[in-house]
Ligand binder design. Structure first.
Ligand SMILES: Nc1ncnc2c1ncn2[C@@H]1O[C@H](COP(=O)(O)OP(=O)(O)OP(=O)(O)O)[C@@H](O)[C@H]1O
Ligand SMILES: [Mg+2]
Length: 338
């Protein structure tokens, strides 16, 4: 599959009074044309910093210390701010978790979407732009688009505001849409509707999507492929069916045990992974998950495991997957109990 985005060894830190927060520590991945790539992981694993690095929307204290982000032959870590503004909201757009923080409360929503088109198509007439906004509102199923065009953000429910954000993100038919937990604040029914729309829009426009969430259930519904992040690293990468059928990392197994199983009784208790994520000002030298991993051995704390290929397009960072790892009952990948 042709890659639209290629991230190589991305390393992003924050310089704070407590020291350097090593938020993203050498992350490499690509996004195929028309592909929906999920990024999952617990809070603080580096998902947002990875995605914000792509469009350089990071706080002033952030530094991209190493790596490259190739998009259409250009390295986004090096292009000028002007060039980046041309790309943002046009070829690459982003949807954030909280639509209220990205919408201007004083401007009617239709006008805000229209302005987004105007920035990148200054010659287009006002009427044509308005017609396009109507079409977008209809596409994301905002009822009575003509009337809603003139409404202000506070007159919309959370779900409707999120649809406005999606309409705005799609206004210029982006080649890549980055959605950072766009449905977390919404109730399950609305979340389902929005996911269905994203999937339809992906088919219709052929756009690629990076979808960030801490919910593997959502990933299962929407994505083609997934990256599992922890401690600023990719721990596992796999096609969607493989991650559920053959999780290749104890951390992924832990995440899978903490999602509700739709086929189980509702009373089924979820098991969150015990323990808490590492302090990223002083990340452990070894596998960052080792202190919480019930399969961890001595070797795991010593140094960081390299990636091991465990299947087609399936790689994982775990010593227990090494060829010379002992195959005993304590190795979930070699005969042990999962
Ligand atoms: N502005 C900042 N200054 C200092 N540290 C930051 C800043 N933003 C993020 N971090 C740190 O970078 C690390 C990665 O954060 P990030 O926001 O990418 O996590 P996340 O995976 O998106 O989590 P969540 O699921 O909560 O959104 C965390 O340790 C976080 O505390
Ligand atoms: Mg985040």
């Amino acid at each position: 599959m042709d890659a639209i985005l290629q991230v190589e060894n991305l390393t992003t830190s924050f310089l704070t009074s407590n020291g350097e927060v090593q938020a993203v520590r050498g992350v490499s991945f690509s996004v195929g044309k028309g592909e929906i790539l999920g990024i999952v992981g617990e809070s603080g694993s580096g998902k947002s910093v990875t995605s914000m690095s792509i469009l350089r929307l990071l706080a002033d204290t952030a530094r991209i210390k190493d790596g490259s982000i190739l998009f259409e032959g250009e390295d986004l870590t090096k292009v000028s701010k002007k060039k980046l503004r041309e790309i943002r909201g046009n070829k690459i757009s982003m949807i954030f978790q909280d639509p209220m923080s990205s919408l201007n409360p004083l401007i009617p929503v239709g006008k805000q979407v229209s302005e987004m088109i105007k920035i990148h198509h200054p010659k287009m007439g006002k009427e044509e732009r308005k017609a396009q906004v109507m079409e977008l509102f209809a596409k994301v199923r905002i009822p009575e688009p003509e009337k809603r065009y003139h409404s202000f953000p506070h007159e919309f429910s959370g779900g409707m505001r999120q649809r406005v954000m999606i309409a705005m993100a799609l206004a210029n038919k982006p080649e890549l849409l980055i959605a950072d937990e766009p449905t977390t604040a919404l109730d399950v029914t609305i979340q389902d509707q929005i996911l269905r729309q994203l999937r339809e829009l992906d088919k219709e426009y052929g756009a690629s999507i990076i979808f960030i969430t801490h919910d593997l259930g959502v990933v299962a519904e929407l994505c083609d492929r997934v990256l599992v992040m922890y401690g600023g690293l990719i721990m596992e990468e796999a096609r969607i069916e493989d991650i559920f059928e053959r999780p290749g990392h104890p951390y992924t197994m832990g995440l899978l045990h903490s999602i509700p199983d739709v086929e189980q009784e509702k009373s089924e208790r979820l098991e969150p992974i015990p323990g808490s994520p590492p302090d990223m000002t002083n990340p452990p030298a070894g596998c960052p998950f080792a202190p919480r991993c019930s399969y961890a051995r001595k070797v795991c704390a010593g140094s960081l495991p390299d990636f091991v290929e465990v299947g087609e397009g399936h790689r994982t960072r775990c010593f227990l997957q090494y060829e010379d790892a002992p195959a005993d009952e304590h190795n979930p990948f070699r005969g042990g109990n999962r």
